[in-house]
Ligand binder design. Structure first.
Ligand code: NAI
Ligand code: MG
Length: 358
């Protein structure tokens, strides 16, 4: 569904920590540019929630943060995390509450090899690597159920339960098949390991088979996660849409971008497909403390996430314009950050992409 020009959106902006604060202004710059050309307005609502906020207030965000965010049309996030704040605090007090309160049960990550990028896999051309990872984002292996017993004794024991619900699996698989249909890429591959994990993953396979039976025009196959990783490196051409549990999707969606040149270009959407709640768009990378403050972070992951946000809001043409501008700047090869072998700053790349929007 294409939304109308003339719309204005309330976008909650959480730049976060480290390079999140450096790449976010470039994401906003490119959206402003394309918005100006297409008649789309953005009302940026910026929130300082971050590890600095945690040090000042003892928590990552205010108590009513989710209520505040619920009033926005979308959430645009940079990256969260700083070495002196434990990751489980920054993740479980801000990112996880957003993903779970707003039932953002799809984590969508496109993986694409662009023209002009040197690929770490030998012999690959643009077009050879071009697929989508659809990761289950609300249950699976990342659950809070478990505990530790007999701590500090020789009998010390840890338990961690996985949660696989029919509802959770049906909705993520339906999303993957609908995406394959919409993109006209009629092929979905499921990541499993039902030979080793013998309760939850045979159930996953069963729901995958039941779902695929409802989409007779779409080819469906499954691979065990170990072979999947090998295939993603050796035969990336074989993939169109991948559906995976929380843990397997996490791993595959880091491996994928690593094969396309730089983690710095990879985008993601945390989607609530029913649109009952806002969705959240963020680059795949973290706050990169090793390069923060040097203004050399690649802003393309943030900018491409902005394109995904436009698409979700119903502005597919504007999203295409941003993706084409990224393609143009990468193919020209003149303006690039050091992770792609260039010497340009974050801001120079942002400005080049904004300038290439047409
Ligand atoms: P990271 O993604 O921040 O960095 C990994 C490596 O990639 C580093 O060498 C970094 O310099 C490089 N890199 C990342 N983004 C780049 C960019 N845009 N341009 C150029 N180079 C880039 O992952 P790391 O180091 O494991 O985590 C750092 C912090 O970020 C931790 O606190 C972690 O918890 C957090 N994190 C947050 C995420 C989020 O906000 N969603 C996601 C992943 C990590
Ligand atoms: Mg990850």
């Amino acid at each position: 569904m294409e939304a109308k020009a003339g719309s204005t959106y309330n976008i909650a902006v959480i730049a976060g920590d480290g390079i999140g604060r450096e790449v976010m202004p470039e994401g906003m710059r490119v959206l402003e540019e394309v918005g100006h050309r297409c008649g789309i307005g953005f009302n940026w609502l910026e929130y300082p929630w971050s590890c600095d906020y945690y040090r000042a207030h003892g928590r990552m965000c205010p108590e009513d943060a989710m209520e505040t965010l619920s009033k926005s049309d979308s959430i645009f996030l940079g990256a969260i995390g700083q070495p002196d704040v434990p990751d489980h605090i920054s993740l479980w007090q801000l990112l996880m509450p957003i993903r779970r309160s707003f039932d953002q049960y799809v984590n969508l990550r496109p993986v694409r090899l662009f023209r002009g990028i040197s690929c770490p896999l030998a012999g690959m051309k643009p077009g050879d690597i071009d697929y989508y990872v659809v990761r289950e984002n609300s249950e699976g292996e990342y659950s809070q159920i478990g505990g530790r017993m007999f701590t500090g004794t020789p009998r010390e024991t840890a338990f961690q339960e996985s949660v696989f619900t029919r509802t959770g699996m049906e909705r993520i698989m339906k999303y993957a098949f609908e995406l394959a249909r919409k993109l006209n890429r009629p092929h979905v591959t499921s990541a499993t390991k039902s030979n080793g994990i013998i309760h939850t993953l045979p159930f996953w396979d069963q729901v995958f088979n039941e779902t695929s039976a409802r989409y007779p025009g779409i080819r469906a196959n499954q691979l065990h996660i170990d072979a999947f990783c090998a295939n993603l490196v050796l035969k990336p051409q074989a993939f169109d849409v991948i559906v995976a549990s929380n843990l397997f999707g996490d791993i595959l969606s880091d491996l994928g971008p690593a094969t396309t040149g730089s983690l710095g270009i990879a985008p993601s959407g945390n989607l609530n497909p029913e649109r009952e709640h806002p969705s959240m768009f963020e680059p795949v990378h973290g706050s990169a403390p090793d390069i923060a403050g040097r203004h050399i972070a690649n802003p393309i992951g943030q900018i491409w996430s902005g394109a995904m946000m436009l698409r979700h809001l119903g502005h597919g043409e504007a999203a295409d314009m941003v993706e084409k501008a990224i393609e143009t700047v990468l193919a020209e090869g003149k303006t690039r950050t050091p992770d792609l072998g260039g010497k340009s700053s974050t801001e120079e790349v942002g400005k080049a992409i904004a300038g290439a929007v047409c």
